[in-house]
Design a binder for this molecule. Structure first.
Ligand SMILES: Cc1ncc(COP(=O)(O)O)c(C=O)c1O
Length: 428
C-alpha cells in the first residue's frame, strides 16, 4: 500500500536530514502508524475473547516487538532465534506461541522452558513431547484441511503438496494421543494462505475448526478452548488494490462463534491470530539513493540497496512494491527498471515503472517494508543488510539496528579450531 498520508506527512520534511545524518540505505518505521493499526486490531475484535500473536518472522527487531506488547500482543515464533527475540521484548509463557514445522527436540525444549503455547504441526511432535514427559501448559494442533478447503494458490501448499499441519482426517487419532499430555488447555490452528485481501478464507477455516471442536468433544471428551486462525491477512501492495476489511472479518467471526455457542451450548473458544504483514508492513519504507543512471536496452536507475534489503520482488513472481521519488513534484516522467548491485538479473525493485525523472543523489522510497523485508534479507554476493530506523511521533528518529559491516560478514570465520581425525571403519 503506498505509505499512508500520515506517514508521508511525518517523514517527508525530515527525510533529507535523516538521510544525511544516518546515511543511506535504511528501512524507517513509523511508530504512530504502528500504534494506530494495533489499536484498530484490538478495537475491532473487542466483542470476543481474542489475542493477536504478532508473527516475529515478519519483523524480529526486539525494539519494534516491545512496542507491540503495549497493546497486549503476544508473539508467534517459529524458530529458537525468534523465541529469543520475543523474550528480549519481555514475552514470557503464553505470550509466545511456538508454531514450528519439522521440529527438533532442542527447539521444543527451548519453547517448553519458556512455557510457550506449543503448536503441533505434525504427529511426531506429540511423540517427541510424550517421549520427554513434557508438560506444555497449552497445546495447539495445527490442522491442514486438504481438499476440504479450496482457497486457491498458496505457499502453504494444497492437499497433495502441503508440508504443514496434521491431515484433517487424522486429527482425532493425533488429538487422542495428545490427551496423554498434561496440558491445561488445548486449541486448534489453521492457516490457509497468505496475502488474503478478503475475509472469506478465514470463515472457511473457522467453520472447519468449529466442526472439529464439536467432533473432538463428542468423540474424545476433549475441550478445545482456543482457535488460532493463523496469519495471512493481506495488504494492498498495489495502489489500485482495496485494503482488507478487518471489521468485516471480525463481524463474520463473531457471528459464527455466536451461532456455534447457541448450537452447542458451550462457551465459545478464544480467537488467536498470528498476523505479521497486516500489523507492520505498511508502516515501513526502504530509503535508498540513486547511484547511477544507466542506458542499455532499457533505462536503469541503479540504487544503493538491493535484494538483501527487500527480497520479495526477486523471490515471488507477482510481488510488487510501490516506488516513489522524494521531492519530485513537477518533474517529467520516464519508464525505468530500478535495480540494485547484486549479480542477479532479478535484483530489481521495479520493472518498467513510470517514475519522475531521477538523477544521481535522488532519494527513492520502496514502500511496504515494515515486515517481511529486512527479516527475509540475506548476504549473497557480500551485499549486506541495511540499518533500521524508527520515526517517533514527536519527529525524532532513532537507529534501532545498525547496518551490517564487512566484519560481520567474516565473523563466522573467527572460531576455536576444531579438527576431527575419524577412526578408520572396522574391517568387515
Ligand atoms: C504459521 C504462520 N503464521 C503466521 C504467519 C504470518 O503471516 P503474515 O505475516 O502474512 O500475516 C506465517 C507466514 O508465513 C506463517 O507461516
Amino acid at each position: 500500500m503506498p505509505m499512508s498520508t500520515g506517514f508521508a506527512r511525518r517523514l517527508d520534511p525530515v527525510l533529507p536530514e535523516v538521510a544525511r545524518h544516518f546515511g543511506t540505505p535504511f528501512h524507517i518505521y513509523d511508530l504512530q502508524g504502528l500504534r494506530e493499526t494495533c489499536e484498530h486490531f484490538n478495537e475491532t475484535f473487542a466483542a470476543t475473547p481474542y489475542r493477536e500473536y504478532f508473527a516475529v518472522k515478519g519483523q524480529p527487531n526486539p525494539t519494534m516487538l516491545r512496542y507491540l506488547t503495549q497493546y497486549g500482543f503476544g508473539f508467534d515464533c517459529s524458530s529458537p532465534a525468534e523465541i529469543v527475540a520475543a523474550a528480549k521484548a519481555g514475552a514470557r509463557g503464553e505470550d509466545i506461541c511456538f508454531t514450528s514445522n519439522n521440529t527438533s527436540y532442542e527447539e521444543l525444549e527451548i519453547a517448553l522452558r519458556l512455557g510457550a503455547i506449543i503448536t503441533v504441526d505434525d504427529e511426531t511432535v506429540v511423540d517427541k513431547l510424550l517421549a520427554v514427559d513434557a508438560a506444555p501448559r497449552s497445546l495447539c494442533l495445527r490442522v491442514h484441511p486438504g481438499t476440504a478447503a479450496d482457497v486457491g494458490e498458496s505457499y502453504l501448499g494444497d492437499a497433495l503438496s502441503a508440508k504443514f499441519g496434521i491431515r484433517i482426517d487424522r486429527l482425532p487419532e493425533v488429538a487422542a494421543k495428545a490427551t496423554g499430555l498434561p496440558a491445561e488447555s488445548f486449541g486448534l490452528h489453521m492457516m490457509l494462505g497468505s496475502g488474503f485481501l478478503h475475509p472469506d478464507p478465514y470463515f472457511v477455516s473457522l467453520d472447519l475448526l468449529l466442526e472439529q471442536v464439536t467432533r473432538l468433544r463428542d468423540g474424545l471428551g476433549l475441550e478445545i478452548t482456543f482457535l488460532n486462525l493463523g496469519g495471512g491477512i493481506g495488504i494492498p501492495y498495489r495502489p489500485a488494490e482495496r485494503p482488507f476489511d478487518l471489521p468485516a472479518l471480525a463481524k463474520g467471526v463473531v457471528e459464527r462463534l455466536r451461532a456455534w455457542e447457541q448450537r452447542s451450548g458451550r462457551p465459545r473458544p478464544r480467537i488467536l491470530f498470528e498476523s505479521g504483514r497486516y500489523v507492520l508492513t505498511p508502516h515501513g519504507v526502504l530509503v535508498t539513493r540513486v547511484l547511477n543512471r544507466m542506458s542499455k536496452w532499457r533505462e536503469y536507475v541503479g540504487v544503493d540497496a538491493g535484494m538483501s534489503a527487500v527480497v520479495r520482488p526477486a523471490m515471488y513472481a507477482d510481488a510488487y512494491h510501490h516506488i516513489t521519488v522524494h521531492d519530485a513534484d513537477g518533474r517529467s516522467e520516464e519508464t525505468v527498471d530500478v535495480v540494485g548491485s547484486l549479480c542477479e538479473n532479478n535484483d530489481k525493485f521495479g520493472i518498467a515503472r513510470t517514475l519522475p525523472k531521477t538523477t544521481e543523489g535522488d532519494l527513492l522510497l520502496i514502500h511496504d517494508t515494515g515486515a517481511h523485508a529486512l527479516s527475509m534479507g540475506f548476504t549473497y554476493n557480500g551485499r549486506l543488510r541495511p540499518q533500521e530506523l524508527l520515526l517517533h511521533p514527536d519527529g525524532t528518529v532513532e537507529r534501532i539496528r545498525r547496518a551490517e559491516t564487512i566484519d560481520d560478514y567474516f565473523a563466522t570465520l573467527d572460531f576455536a579450531p576444531d579438527r576431527l581425525s575419524p577412526a578408520p571403519a572396522a574391517l568387515m
